[in-house]
Design a protein around this ligand. Structure first.
Ligand code: DAH
Length: 339
């Protein structure tokens, strides 16, 4: 029996394992209730009295050797565990905080992609402009009260350099340089000398569309507007055109869409009317075509322009325009689900 014990001690001390599973198998083989060591302890009662002392001692050594081996192997395997000992690799990782698109960018992109489907390409122009591109070339006569419609930030007098009050100035630049036909959308920032409030700001964003070709008619404008409104606010959306005035279009109109919140029934957003005003539009005034060197006998065109802030507020039920520019994450993160 002593030989058997010594043989087992040699086997146990020489044992090595590649993983904790092998260590567990080793424990079961030697230290479980039916393991090799337990069986030897059972045989111990048959050992003659004069050998009991030596064999008893050897048996205890065997048991200690097995226990020590297991502890050593466990420690070793945990340390070589890619330096991650003590880390629970089954826990889910920390999620990375991704940024969100600004609501104005979301709506701007949405509007641009609707016009993209109609074949309109994007055109951009300078924010610091001259009087010609913002007013004169758009049929605003000198000293005409229509210039008061837009409170302008002037930078220099003579020649007049100013911050553009609308992106219609880009239309002028396009008419100067772009070959006909023209089918462009012009997104950008505009500036007006207005007191900042929940409904107005001195800086906001517009998108305009300009289409000039032979035989462009008001019916084309109306069809484009209907398609645009249904794409942006949903297929059930209705539009209505109210006569209006802009110096650069004749005839001019303002477009309302049926309120997407109350579906025309009347609510506090549409002030009970069931309609929301969202853009200005019209047929490009022949004077504007002429001022920009386009043959007004051969070509006609339509134009439309809208404020992105207003549409975003209507789409998402936002009541204060200042929220767009405060960089408050609690506000901005609400748009994380929208691409
Ligand atoms: N430029 C106008 C504004 O800022 C909006 C506008 C109205 C643009 C009619 C257009 C248009 O192109 O046809 O108030």
């Amino acid at each position: 029996m002593l030989d058997k014990i010594k043989q087992l001690i040699a086997e146990i001390t020489g044992f090595s394992a590649c993983n904790l599973e092998e260590v567990e198998q080793f424990r079961i083989k030697h230290l479980s209730k039916k393991g090799t060591i337990a069986l030897l302890f059972e045989d111990f009662k048959n050992v003659p009295g004069d050998q009991k002392k030596d064999i008893g001692k050897a048996l205890n050594e065997l048991k200690t050797a097995a226990q020590t081996k297991i502890n050593e192997l466990k420690e070793q395997l945990c340390e070589t565990d890619n330096g991650t000992s003590g880390v629970d690799l089954t826990l889910p990782g920390d999620s990375l905080k991704t940024g969100t698109r600004h609501p104005l960018s979301i709506v701007r992109n949405e509007i641009l992609s609707i016009f993209d489907k109609l074949g309109f390409t994007i055109s951009e122009g300078p924010e610091i402009e001259d009087d010609w591109h913002v007013f004169s070339a758009l049929n605003f006569p000198e000293e005409h009260p229509a210039r008061d419609m837009q409170d302008t930030f002037f930078i220099e007098k003579q020649p007049d350099i100013l911050l553009r009050t609308h992106t219609s100035s880009v239309q002028v630049r396009d008419m100067e340089t772009h070959p006909l036909p023209i089918r462009l959308v012009t997104p950008g920032r505009v500036f007006r000398n207005e007191a900042i409030s929940a409904r107005a700001h001195c800086m906001f964003h517009q998108i305009e569309a300009l289409y000039i070709d032979e035989n462009v008619s008001f019916a084309d404008l109306k069809q484009t507007l209907t398609y645009f409104a249904k794409e942006l606010f949903g297929p059930d959306t209705q539009i209505r055109l109210r006569p209006s005035y802009f110096p650069f279009t004749e005839p001019s109109a303002e477009m309302d869409v049926s309120c997407s919140l109350c579906h025309g029934k009347g609510c506090n957003v549409c002030k009970g009317s069931g309609w929301l005003e969202i853009l200005g539009c019209g047929m490009v005034d022949p004077n504007v075509l002429e001022l920009n060197g386009i043959d007004k006998e051969k070509y006609t065109g339509f134009a439309l322009g809208m404020g992105i802030e207003r549409i975003t507020m209507l789409k998402y039920g936002i009541k204060d325009l200042r929220l767009f520019f405060e960089n408050d994450l609690r506000f901005l993160e609400q748009f994380s689900a929208v691409v």
